[in-house]
Design a protein around this ligand. Structure first.
Ligand code: SF4
Length: 237
C-alpha cells in the first residue's frame, strides 16, 4: 500500500538507525505512574501538555476547523481499506480518497500484508490498554496526518511509540515507519528511521505527562502555542 519509492528508500537505508532502546527492555520502558496516557496525548502539539490536563481533569472537549479537516482526511483515506463505500465532494478529500483506493488495489494485487487500526497492547510500555496505529504493513507502523511539518514531527514520535509496543509484543526489531502526510499541496510518503532519539524523546514525554495526570497538576500555559491548538479558547479562561 506504499509507493515503490518508499520501499526503495527503505532498502537503501537498511541498518542506518542506531537503536539501543528496544521494546523488550522492561526496566527502561515501565511507567510506574498510575495514569497511563494514550499515544495521541503524549504526542499532542501542546508544549506543556496542558491540553491533556484540560481534557482529562477539567473535562474540556473543544473542536476546531483544523481538527475536523484532519478527521475528514482520515475518513477519506481509511474508508477504502475498511471496505466502506464513501463519496467526498471537496477536491482534496476526493484526491485523498482516490489515492487510497489506488494504494489498496495495488496492495491487494501484490499480496502486501496490511491491517487497519490494529489493536495493540499499549500497557506493555506504560500506555493506555490499547493503542491503534492507522496501519501496520507487515509489522511496520504507518501513520496518516493532515497538516505541515510540526504534525509530521509529532507523528514520528507516535511511530516510535508503536515500534516499542510492537517490539514488546513480538520480540522483533522495528526500525522504520512511514508518515503519510496530506496537506493542501498534496500527499507525501515520509520514511522514518526510528532510532534512539525518537524513542527516548517519546519515553520522556510519556513520563512527564503521566506524572502530571496522576497528580492532577495544572502544568500551566505554554509560552508559545501552535496557532491551531483547539484548546486555545478554553485555555485562556
Ligand atoms: S493553548 Fe497552548 S498551553 Fe493551552 S492547550 Fe493549547 S498549546 Fe497547550
Amino acid at each position: 500500500m506504499l509507493p515503490r519509492s518508499v520501499w526503495d528508500e527503505l532498502r537503501a537505508s537498511a541498518g542506518e538507525a542506531m537503536v539501543t532502546v528496544r521494546g523488550w527492555d522492561w526496566s527502561l520502558l515501565q511507567n510506574r505512574a498510575p495514569v497511563k496516557p494514550t499515544v495521541s496525548e503524549v504526542t499532542s502539539p501542546c508544549p506543556t501538555k496542558r491540553d491533556s490536563y484540560l481534557r482529562r481533569v477539567l473535562g474540556a472537549r473543544p473542536s476546531s476547523p483544523l481538527l475536523e479537516k484532519g478527521k475528514m482526511v482520515h475518513e477519506a483515506f481509511m474508508s477504502p481499506f475498511r471496505g466502506e463505500e464513501r463519496e467526498f465532494k471537496e477536491e482534496l478529500l476526493k484526491k485523498v480518497h482516490e489515492e487510497a483506493k489506488l494504494r489498496k488495489a495495488i496492495a491487494d494485487e501484490e499480496g502486501i500484508p496490511y491491517k487497519v487500526e490494529s489493536k495493540l497492547p499499549g500497557s506493555v510500555i506504560g500506555l493506555s490498554t490499547i493503542v491503534k496505529p492507522d496501519f501496520l504493513v507487515g509489522f511496520m507502523p504507518v501513520e496518516l496526518v493532515y497538516g505541515w511539518n510540526g504534525n509530521v514531527e509529532r507523528k514520528k514520535l507516535a511511530l516510535a511509540a508503536y515500534a516499542l509496543v510492537i517490539e514488546a509484543w513480538t520480540g522483533l526489531p522495528i526500525d522504520a515507519g512511514v508518515v503519510i502526510n496530506v496537506n493542501d499541496q498534496g500527499i507525501k510518503y515520509v520514511l522514518v528511521r526510528i532510532g534512539d532519539y525518537y524513542r527516548r524523546k517519546f519515553l520522556e514525554e510519556r513520563d512527564y505527562l503521566a506524572s502530571i495526570l496522576s497528580r492532577k497538576e495544572d502544568p500551566g500555559r505554554a509560552e508559545s502555542c501552535p496557532n491551531y491548538c483547539p484548546f486555545a479558547e478554553v485555555c485562556k479562561q
